[in-house]
Each structure stands twice: as C-alpha cells, then as structure tokens.
Design a protein around this ligand. Structure first.
Ligand SMILES: Cc1cc2nc3c(=O)[nH]c(=O)nc-3n(C[C@H](O)[C@H](O)[C@H](O)COP(=O)(O)OP(=O)(O)OC[C@H]3O[C@@H](n4cnc5c(N)ncnc54)[C@H](O)[C@@H]3O)c2cc1C
Ligand code: SF4
Length: 553
C-alpha cells in the first residue's frame, strides 16, 4: 500500500465509528416500527468502509447496484424492499459532519472528482461530479422539480417512448416526494437573497415560486454545496441508503468497479478494487481486488462514468453505437447584483426561489449561493480592485439561469484507457442565444429589485453595469461562448433511452437493449435535457426501473 493509502486508512479509522453511528441514527428514524438494538447492530454491520478491507474478497447477491447517487440509492432501496438480496457499491467514502469543509476549494478536493476541476473541451466548461456515498446529493442544493408535460411529449415523439410521461411517472414522483419530505422552501429560511428575487419577479410581472427541496428541518445556512452540517438535507446517505440497509441491503463504500463480467447476452457480476478515500479513484489509492457475482447488474455510476465502464467491459451494450454519444448539459451562468443595503447572502436556503416562466423559451431562473472564493471566479479585476469587490459581498445576491441546451451535444470517451472520462462538448449558436437572453432577463430583474449595480461576469462587455439600459449588451452577440463563465453540473444522455434498439442503449425500463440482465439507472438514460433540475426525474425513472427488474427476478 502507498503512503496515501495508509493516511486515508488512518483518517477513516477515526471516523468509521462515527459513520456507523450516523447511519444507525438515520436507520432508527426510518419507518414506523422501532428497530431493536440487535437489528441496528446487524444493519450497521452491513455497511463497509475503507478501514475494514484487509484482503481481496468475493460476494454474491441477487442484484449489484453500482453507484449510490440519487438514482442508484433509490434502485437499491426499492429492490431490497421487494425482498431481493442487494449489494450497493460506491467508490467514494461516507461523509460525516466532521468531514465537511466550509472552505469551498478544500471541500471540492474531497467531495468531487478531479477536485471539482473537471472540464469539457471544445467549449470549455467546468462540470462537477461527486465521489461520495450519496453521489451528487451530498453536495447539491436539494432542488426537486418535476419536468412539465411538454418535455415528456418531446421525449415520447422523438425517442419512441410509450410510458415515459407525467401520467406514468407521477406515482413515482409522488412516492419519492413523500419518502424524502419534498416541500416548498418556507419563507422563514429564505433569507433576503432569495426574497429579493421573488420581489424582482413580482416587479417584472414574472411568475416565481419557492423551490421544493428534499430537506427536513432546514435552517437556511446556505451551505448545501459543501455539505449540510445540520443534516437537514435528505441526501441519499441519510435517506435512501439507510432505508436500503434497513431493508437488508449491503453497502460497500470505497470500492471502484472496473469491469462488468459477462457471457454472451448475460452479465454475471462486476469486479474492481478498493480505493482509498480522497484519492480521486486514481491508481495510487487502489488496493485489494473484489468480485461480486449477481443475477442482475444495475449501473448508476453517473452519466460520465457509466459509458466508460461499458467501454472498459468489451464495449458492452453498444450495438447501437450510442454509448458515450449525445452528451448534453444544462449550462448555467450567474450574475451578482450589489444592493444599497445589507443582503447578508450567506443566510438563507442555498437555492430557495425559482422562476419557470421561461421554460418554453429554454431556460430556468434560480437564486444561488456558494462559498465566496468560488463565486469570485466571475468577479472582474484583481489585486485591490478584487479586494474592494469582496467587501461588497454582504450587499450582494447571486441569481443564475440554466439553459436546456438540447442542440449542444458532445461525447464521453475514456482518457488514456483509464476510467477517467474525456468530455468533448460544443455549445450550439442557438443555445448561446438562449443563454444571452437569460442573462439579460436576470440583469433586468436585479435592477427591478433595486440593485445599484451588477457584475455580469462576461468578458468582452462592461465589467460593471449600473443601469438597465446597459444590460442590453448581454443580449447582443458581443457575448461569445468563449467569454461566458459557465458551469454544467446537470449531465445527460450518454446511454440514452430509445424505443428503437438501433438508436438507443436502454429501453423504458432501463434494461440494455443488447443484454438480458444489465440495467442503467442514472441521468445518462435521459433522451434529452429535462429542462429542470434532474435529480428527481432520475430518481423517478430509477424507481420505475427497479420495480420492473424486481418483477423479472
Ligand atoms: C454542485 C451540484 C449541485 C447540483 N444541484 C442540484 C439540485 O439542486 N437539484 C438537482 O436536481 N440536481 C442537482 N445537481 C445534479 C444532480 O446532483 C445530479 O444530476 C445527480 O446527482 C445525478 O444522479 P446519479 O445517480 O445519476 O449520479 P451521481 O449522483 O453522480 O452518482 C453516481 C455515483 O456513482 C459513483 N461511481 C462512479 N463510478 C463508479 C465506479 N466505477 N465504481 C463505484 N462507484 C462509482 C460515484 O462516486 C457517485 O457517487 C447538482 C449537481 C452538482 C454537482
Ligand atoms: S440550506 Fe443549510 S440547513 Fe438547509 S439544507 Fe442546505 S446546508 Fe442544510
């Protein structure tokens, strides 16, 4: 073992008990019956963390689920609750409150792949993928939105889908919403940053509403991005994963799946290696080998990892040639506005208010908060000028737009034959036009709410705008893709669902067209952008698919 591995082991030895206590506490709050002490001990023993692996191992199950993000966690729970023997595998470690870092940069190096610095080439854009028990749910803003009918209508028509509409998916949305306690953000934890957005929308006659989130007892600390220290956010590690354990599943953390074992049209399990926490899954952190044999495999490793796993496994499930193709994002951009009086943006739900008024035009508006060093990426200037801007943060609010960029596509390929993805993506001129329009609307909203200036964060136009007339520059072709500071944390379509096996990778139940017992349950199966934040849709599809798989086992 390398020195890094030993360090990881030491760190994790310390937190292991805390993790199991935490999971135990979560377990005891789930369900109506009070679990007995023996039962709790048994459930805790079904979770394994890095410090517990001391040799190579092999295990068997009915179903092995790869990835504990929102989609994998739901699939694992539903299958275990239906009485199947389930193993949930996760490459990242579990995080306790003690593991969360408030410093945004430090937090990203621990919770994200490539330290949060993963980029697309072509149009250069950062994209974050978590590596943790709970996947993206650990660091996301808990936004839960159901796509409108129009999104599903388009999916059905263009991708030959018969059962992927609101009528078929609403029961799954309902079940997940009830389980996670999804509800609109109450005014008591909105904070001024969010309420100013509401007031701005009112002033401009635009509809807006409090964002529905998977939280219980949120205190509006604005820390969702670095991990919820009050554990109010119902990320998978404190919700669906404990529920899966309670239903009898085994959960193995710090294990990296590297191969899908198969024979003809049948998969037989997965294999890989133990990886040290916080080593980013790189070869320096790898140690013992493992193999899991199962009757069915569910891949939920995320939209950028699942296609690489398939490619690594003899180009499995790729008769259509669509594995790793069709990569799509919701590129997002934000503007900061400075108000005459205090906003205290650090208080309030991280993302508490939204407007769906422009969904048909191709964008969604939201409020936003993140640690100041990360937000400052969009600030102009350096040295004394930059310092001066930092002193204005207490009077700032940040609002963003995400664009449903269906015309902008790309690919995921393995980087140097490793498990790391190389992402190529190009923004389409028509999506750039939507981005411009969305930035212009945000800028207008700020002045409607009484901002004294805005920082558009776009190179090639004014660094600072002080009145609404100046905002027209944002709608002009002076705003070029290379000048935009965008981020793309919503990723889709790399193993898309299609009714026609020649044009897609999975069917409507998530089963690979080419194989009898290989399923994919992450946002890679979306045929197009969902137009709204994707987590809830991914979970609804995963639930439907788990129930279908359960019937076949
Ligand atoms: C900062 C941020 C904020 C966001 N905010 C929101 C929001 O508020 N609302 C919303 O709807 N969406 C949000 N998103 C997007 C949302 O989090 C993702 O769409 C969602 O997490 C995708 O779920 P998933 O299960 O498909 O994949 P992931 O959440 O990416 O989970 C995949 C899991 O698989 C694991 N894995 C990968 N490869 C392997 C392997 N080889 N072996 C074992 N395990 C592996 C990963 O470590 C990871 O834990 C946000 C994303 C980010 C990064
Ligand atoms: S705003 Fe704060 S308390 Fe609320 S869910 Fe996010 S991190 Fe937790």
């Amino acid at each position: 073992m390398t020195r890094d591995t030993h360090d990881g082991q030491a760190v994790h030895g310390q937190v292991q008990n805390e993790v199991q206590e935490k999971i135990g506490a979560s377990l005891s709050t789930l369900g109506s019956e009070t679990p007995s002490g023996d039962w709790l001990v048994a459930a805790r023993e079904r979770v394994r963390v890095f410090a517990q692996y001391d040799r190579a191992f092999e295990e068997q199950a009915d179903v092995v689920v790869v990835g504990s993000g929102p989609c994998g966690a739901v699939a694992a729970y539903e299958l275990a609750a239906a009485g199947h023997d389930v193993i949930l595998l996760e490459e990242g470690p579990p995080f306790t409150v003690r593991d969360f870092e408030l410093d945004g940069n430090l937090s990203m190096t621990r919770t994200m792949r490539e330290g949060g610095l993963r980029m697309t080439s072509g149009t250069v854009m950062p994209t974050m993928q978590a590596i943790a028990l709970g996947g993206g749910s650990l660091v996301n803003s808990a936004i839960c939105v159901r796509p409108p009918d129009s999104v599903f209508d388009q999916w059905a028509t263009e991708y030959e889908l018969e059962r992927t509409d609101r009528a078929h998916l609403d029961p799954h949305f309902d079940a997940i919403s009830e389980f996670l306690g999804i509800a609109p953000t109450p005014e008591s934890v909105q904070g001024r940053r969010n309420l100013l957005f509401r007031d701005a929308c009112d002033a401009m006659g635009i509809t807006s509403e409090p964002i529905s989130r998977n939280v219980k007892g949120c205190r509006g600390s604005g820390e969702c991005f670095t991990g919820c220290r009050s554990r109010a956010k119902q990320s998978m590690d404190v919700s669906y994963v404990p529920a899966a354990l309670r239903a009898g599943a085994r959960v193995l953390t710090s294990v990296q799946v590297q191969q899908i074992q198969h024979s003809g049209r049948h998969v037989t399990g997965v294999s890989g290696q133990v990886v040290a926490p916080f080593s980013g899954g790189s070869s320096r952190g790898r140690s013992h080998h493992f193999k899991i044999t199962a009757k069915a495999v569910v891949l939920a490793a995320g939209c950028t990892a699942t296609p690489i796993l398939l490619k690594h496994s003899d180009d499995l499930a790729n008769a259509s040639g669509q594995v790793g193709e069709n990569l799509r994002f919701h590129p997002g951009a934000a503007i900061a506005g400075v108000f005459p009086e205090a906003v205290d943006p650090q208080f309030g739900a991280t993302q508490g208010y939204q407007s769906l008024a422009y969904l048909e035009e191709g964008f969604k508006l939201e409020t936003l908060w993140a640690p100041p060093p990360l937000l400052s990426m969009r600030f102009p200037g350096y040295g004394a000028d930059l310092q001066a801007l930092f002193t204005e943060i207490p009077r700032m609010a940040v609002w963003d737009a995400i664009v449903s960029a269906n015309r902008s596509t790309g690919t995921v390929k393995a980087r140097w034959r490793s498990l790391e993805p190389s992402l190529r993506w190009n923004i389409h001129p028509e999506d750039v036009a939507i981005m411009r329009r969305s930035l212009h609307v945000i800028a207008q909203l700020f002045f409607a709410a009484g901002a004294k200036k805005i920082l558009p964060g776009v190179q090639g136009i004014a660094d600072v705008m002080t009145n609404v007339e100046e905002t027209w520059a944002l709608a002009s072709d002076a705003v070029k893709p290379k000048n935009l500071v965008m981020g793309g944390n919503h990723v889709f379509c790399t193993t898309r669902m299609h009714g026609d096996p020649r044009r897609g990778v999975v069917d409507e139940d998530g089963r690979c067209h080419d194989l009898e017992n290989l399923y994919i349950a992450d946002t890679g199966i979306f045929p197009q952008c969902p137009s709204v934040n994707p987590m809830l849709t991914g979970m609804a599809l995963a639930r439907r698919q788990a129930l279908a798989l359960s019937d076949r086992l």
